[in-house]
Design a protein around this ligand. Structure first.
Ligand code: UDP
Length: 507
């Protein structure tokens, strides 16, 4: 007998408040986890910023997809405090976090308060949450690791909190050790010290250079607000009930063990997108079509590129994308373009609006050269402004990924067994690309260079058949990534443990 989730009596169910960092990667991950929770009859309130929610309503299918969970799922929105027309790119992350602390935190706190005490009205935003008196009181918060304040709110109202860090565990471990890096002399460093080995990061001795640390550490100004933040992330994490990561034991076992020294409850439930698909397809109510096409995109996906891929030979195409936030300069853009064209390989390139700064500015190239590039692009390339990336990476025609090494992109590539060329931009990407190149050896790390010759050489190296050991390794890792979310696998087990632990925290 299968119960329809929306028919279930809510009073018997725990209620989790999700609060993601308002960026594509974290929102996507937390939506996927929220949907899995609904299948487990856990009630979810999902708190988005107005800005993100508007974009999701416009470009994703959330408005229809989440309807099927009835009263088990609802969205709420809050202002991020930034002006309507503010840019919300990586340069503004610091500003966004500051702004959310003054604008969103009071509303978030009021939501928890009024839900826990079943109060309506009064206080900031209180009136908007009148209906919270009818649902179950919030029993648990799942917040992005960037929101240290969420632990204070949880503590104040006696609800449990789990942090979900959607960046890589390896980078999170470095960030959590910011003080240790400083005490050990690894931070701060100057430009000429970038190649010195990192010696004070437990479990990561021997293969990290300072340039491989999360990009924040490149800022040697210790009074900078971002650096101050890094130095203080540890305390809220220690107070949390547990830490959730989008990774899996076969990929990051040693790092996950290190993280367990901070808090014993570490849940490695990734690759979340694979997990999500697996769990949804085993649910009786889901039809395969809707699972395959579900999207949490903040941009309009161009599906035509899939029909273009259908016409290309197996493993002949390199997919090029720098994610939702990274920006390249015009000069870098030209180096990459030359490198790709000179390699002679077919390519699918995501040129997200705004992702090339100063596009088309005079760069000393003659118009003839430019024409040659465009001609080659017409012959063997395809350009979109946003791609259905999971589907692209799963396509048999794709044989390589030129990536900025965002954590989601890295996992998506590993799951599909696609070798990477890493050109990290910021945050955890410097670390991810080092792991890809030196630890897992499933790609090549191009960090801190952007030269057409190197791009061309690396494309040839990962795309050429036969002598490609990288391909063998990434295919092996893909098998492990797929296995761990199935019954008996480590991520399957950790997700069930998380669900049980959340249920047991409900009063
Ligand atoms: N993505 C996409 N279409 C694109 C480019 C990216 O759907 O054309 C998705 C990609 O699948 C991934 C996310 O956007 O899930 C980017 O997250 P990631 O952590 O890789 O990088 P970020 O954008 O946070 O820098």
């Amino acid at each position: 007998h299968h119960q329809n989730p929306s028919e279930v009596l809510l009073t018997t169910h725990p209620h989790v408040l999700f609060f993601p960092l308002p960026l594509q990667g974290p929102v996507n991950c937390l939506l996927k986890l929220a949907e899995i929770f609904c299948l487990h009859r856990i009630q979810v309130t999902f708190l988005n910023t107005d800005y993100i929610h508007r974009r999701l309503l416009r470009y994703s299918d959330i408005s229809t997809r989440f309807n099927r969970y009835g009263e088990l799922f609802r969205f709420r929105t809050v202002s991020d405090g930034l002006r309507e027309d503010s840019l919300r790119t990586s340069e503004q992350i610091g500003e966004l976090l500051e702004s959310m602390e003054s604008s969103s935190l009071p509303v978030f706190r009021e939501m928890v308060r009024s839900s826990v005490f079943r109060l309506g009205g009064g206080g900031a935003g209180g009136a908007a949450y009148d209906d919270d008196r009818d649902g179950n009181p919030i029993s648990c918060i799942i917040a992005d690791g960037a929101f240290g304040f969420a632990a204070d709110v949880a503590g104040e109202f006696g609800v449990s909190i789990f942090y979900f860090d959607t960046i890589s565990p390896c980078a999170q471990w470095a960030i959590l050790n910011a003080r240790r890096l400083k005490e050990g002399g690894d931070y701060p460093f100057k430009d000429d010290g970038m190649d010195a080995p990192v010696t004070s990061l437990p479990g990561m001795e021997g293969f990290l250079r300072r340039r491989d640390l999360p990009s924040f550490f490149r800022n040697s100004d210790q009074s900078d607000p971002i650096i101050q933040r890094l130095m203080s992330v540890e305390s809220p994490m220690r107070r949390a009930h547990g830490l959730i990561f989008n990774s899996f034991v076969d990929l990051e076992g040693p790092t996950l063990s290190q993280l367990q020294t901070l808090t014993p409850k570490v849940y490695a439930i990734g690759p979340l997108h694979t997990h999500h698909k697996t769990r949804l397809s085993s649910d009786h109510h889901q039809n395969q079509e809707s699972i395959g096409n579900s999207t949490n995109s903040l941009w309009k996906e161009n599906k035509d590129c899939i029909s273009w891929l259908d016409k290309q030979p197996a493993k002949s195409v390199i997919y090029v994308s720098i994610g939702s936030l990274a920006v390249m300069g015009n000069e870098q853009f030209m180096e990459i373009w030359h490198g790709i064209v000179n390699s002679g390989v077919r390519f699918l390139w995501v040129r997200r609006p705004g992702s090339v700064a100063g596009l088309g500015q005079e760069n000393g190239e003659s118009s003839e050269i430019h024409r040659d590039l465009e001609l080659a692009t017409k012959e063997r390339g395809y350009i979109v402004s946003w791609a259905p990336q999971e589907e692209v990476l799963a396509h048999p025609a794709v044989g390589g990924f030129f990536t900025h090494s965002g954590w989601n992109s890295t996992l998506e590539s590993i799951v599909e067994g696609v070798p990477m060329i890493c050109w990290p931009y910021y945050a955890d990407q410097q670390m991810n690309s080092r792991y890809v190149g030196e630890v897992w050896k499933v790609g090549l790390d191009m960090k801190d260079t952007c030269d057409r010759g190197i791009v061309e050489m690396m494309i040839r190296e990962i795309m050429e058949d036969g002598k490609n050991e990288i391909l063998g390794r990434v295919e092996d890792m893909a098998k492990l990534a797929k296995a761990c979310v199935n019954k008996g696998g480590s991520s399957y087990h950790d997700l069930n443990r998380l669900v049980e632990d959340i249920k047991s925290t409900t009063p």
